[in-house]
Design a protein around this ligand. Sequence first.
Ligand code: HEC
Length: 99
Amino acid sequence: MLKLFAFVVAASLALPTLAGNVPPALLFQNRCAECHGKDARTPTAKGRAAGAPNLAGGERSAIEVEQVILHGKGRMAPIGMKLSPEQVGAVAAWVARLQ
Ligand code: HEC
């Protein structure tokens, strides 16, 4: 089961454009958790070293989060090219809803 999960994650990392129906929470795990933490609230050591914030609390609109993904902000590099436009919108909306 773990192997299957690892394969699915690896496949969706390798083929982002084919993963159009990946749930936003999984997109977050694949693309954002590395720095912001799996729960989006607890930045990893790598994230903390660069100043990655807790993303929960609904302080940012989906549009604002989308802009950060597409254009980067401060010490976060743009990451939009690794996602389809639909995925950027979906993960941004997911982050904006986190209470
Ligand atoms: C390589 C590490 C890294 C990854 C991967 C990463 N971020 Fe970030 N993120 C950061 C850092 C560092 C900051 C703080 C930037 C600053 O203010 O200098 C940040 C800031 C943010 C902010 C807050 C901007 C603000 O000030 O309001 C949002 C929203 C955000 N990231 C969303 C995401 C999303 C969504 C993803 C995945 C699609 C993601 N990040 C992936 C490192 C990362």
